[in-house]
Design a protein around this ligand. Sequence first.
Ligand code: PMP
Length: 431
Amino acid sequence: MSKSELSQSSSNAAPSLIERRRRAMGPVYATFYDVPLHLVRGKGVWLEGADGRRYLDAYNNVPSVGHCHPRVVAALAAQAGRLNTHTRYLTEPVIELAEKLLGTLPDHLEHAMFTCSGSESNDLALRIAMEASGGRGVVITRFAYHGNSLATVELSPAERGVRLPDHHRAVDAPDTFTNAGQGARTFARSVAEAFADMAAQGTRPAALLIDSAFSSDGIYFPPREAVQGAVDAARAAGAVVIADEVQSGFGRLGDAMWGFEVHGFRPDIVTLGKPMGAGHPVGAVVVTPEIVAPFTARFGYFNTFGGNPVSAAAAIAVLDAIADEGLLDNARDAGGHMLSLLSEVARQHAAIVNIRSRGLYTGVELAGDERRGGADVARRVVNEMCRRGVLISLCGPNANVLKIRPPLPFSRSNAEQLAQTLAATLSSLQH
Ligand code: PMP
């Protein structure tokens, strides 16, 4: 289907809005989908377009507990009407949030520091790791994304135009599919070699920084020993282990609240963002007292908006909603159901070559021809699914992995709609 056909059949965006945006905000911003979506409202797992159409949101982890969750909205409004200030004053909500958050994490992670985004969380974690290790070199995965700040964008080769600085190293992600999972088997060794090479070139190791779901690398859940081996190699090299939970945290993987728990390793620092405020900008760094001590000895930490009581109220409401509404169990149950339905679709459609899934985080890899790596097919699938009212996106170095990551209240029947729409889409694209 050509782009113009797609626009005729599904455009809901007022052209003037696209034009105004481009004029006022410049050409640097991208939009999802060939025909950008103009959204006006959200509720639970549903988004409503300006044209009145309803879309099933199977992509967004930011509205973790659902779009415009009443509890989050009420908490935000109540605190915004009462007091908003910063951490230079004593306020109850941020302390309650720190305590609640620590209650969901292993005991060795004793201190929470607050930020406004995942980028800021990783940036702060890197500063802490550099003080603790005395090093500067960081090992990441080959197609990682860790943020947009100066320090984190350099560690985000998934981002167009980014070149990894010479003192850092990138290793292949623990790919459980390509070459019969060779990448997962060699992951620990690659990390050990990267740190050894870095040291041999005169850079002291600072950190191993990994996204616990290897999201932009294509979504992988390797065997526990692969990740544990990499963690051991980092520690042996004197590096601090940072678990980037911006994607995998807050119950997404169903089996545990945090992705590193699913892998069974013990991070020194955990970084949080996206889902934490269900759309409100709030992030955190959670760290052991020993690791943060050298940083504290040298610097203070103040972040004007990080830890403000309104953001804290939103984040408390998110933690409460996850617990009270059984969203971890739902991620496991609805996610398991979705996996079995998608596996059935894969049996009918040779285009699907591998499915990787934990809870409500699923990568569906599409076969690619040698030249284009499947990206073209995947892009058409994503656009056609949108036209049919279901929102997903893509990831992976070849952009051939369908990325399915809905808000946590996604139900079994939502999963059925998603699987049916994917099957119909794949059938339609064969013609
Ligand atoms: N880490 C990971 C794994 C991410 O996916 C992202 C955002 N896509 C970030 C960090 C940066 O978060 P933010 O956009 O909130 O700065």
